[in-house]
Design a protein around this ligand. Sequence first.
Ligand SMILES: NC(=O)c1ccc[n+]([C@@H]2O[C@H](COP(=O)([O-])OP(=O)(O)OC[C@H]3O[C@@H](n4cnc5c(N)ncnc54)[C@H](O)[C@@H]3O)[C@@H](O)[C@H]2O)c1
Length: 261
Amino acid sequence: MQINLNDKVAIVTGGGRGIGRVIARTFAQEGAKVAIIDFKQDLLDDATAEWQKAGWDGLQVNADVRHKDQVASAVAEIEAKYGRVDILVNDAGVASGAKVTELAEETWDANFDTNTKGTFLMCQAVAPIMKRQKWGRILNAASYAAITPSIGSAAYASSKYAVVGFTRVMAGELGPYDVTVNCYSPGMVPTLMNRFADAPPDRKEKLLDTLTLRRWGTPEDVANLLAFLASDLAQYITGAHIDCSGGKYATQFPSLAYEQV
Ligand SMILES: NC(=O)c1ccc[n+]([C@@H]2O[C@H](COP(=O)([O-])OP(=O)(O)OC[C@H]3O[C@@H](n4cnc5c(N)ncnc54)[C@H](O)[C@@H]3O)[C@@H](O)[C@H]2O)c1
């Protein structure tokens, strides 16, 4: 059994850096033609250089997923180049917050605009193409915050809980067209979004204590899951919310097991 994305056309939003960059790379290594959407030109230029060096078939498109017109023209450009869209990964995301009593309206909107509305707009643009093809895979980035939220994360966690609900509605609407729609929740993958790698040592130990596998996640851990979900092998999985957190709080005190080894 092999994951094979040969000749599939994939879009990865937020593919300029972090987890999305590695998802795009992994799909290319599995044979897909990959279009990266990001709104930071320096990240796109950097990705373009990597892709040209590796000889992968890819396209880098500057668009902001918060804006319907930019989403529409990005998807049109990608469809014009490749003739189809088989896989959509909605990875683009932001995270900011404060306790509810101090939470600015702008912060609430910023999280919802990118994480939730951006996912909606991308799905709305791509779904008609996938319906016509009668095949498609949509993968939406939720977050462990949409399983167990932390204090101060009301805006981010709520925007990601909304992604989980939205994913299930989309799965229902697209089921008759053989288009599957799932979401996935990384736990703690050190990136520039969260800067876990820069935390003081005692804080790092406390965070690692929450994980059954007691190590940070890597972008590759997430990308490998997504390569499977994007493939033909995952044809009977839809409407699911998949935890990719290394077993965060799988038990109440995961670190106890390490004290008893
Ligand atoms: N890193 C983690 O531990 C973790 C945990 C749970 C969920 N997630 C989710 O995974 C996704 C990726 O996270 P990451 O840590 O790689 O973040 P990151 O900040 O490193 O990367 C996010 C990318 O999205 C792009 N982006 C942001 N807003 C955009 C917009 N409006 N339009 C287009 N592109 C935009 C950024 O330019 C960047 O390239 C996010 O949705 C995040 O919420 C991450």
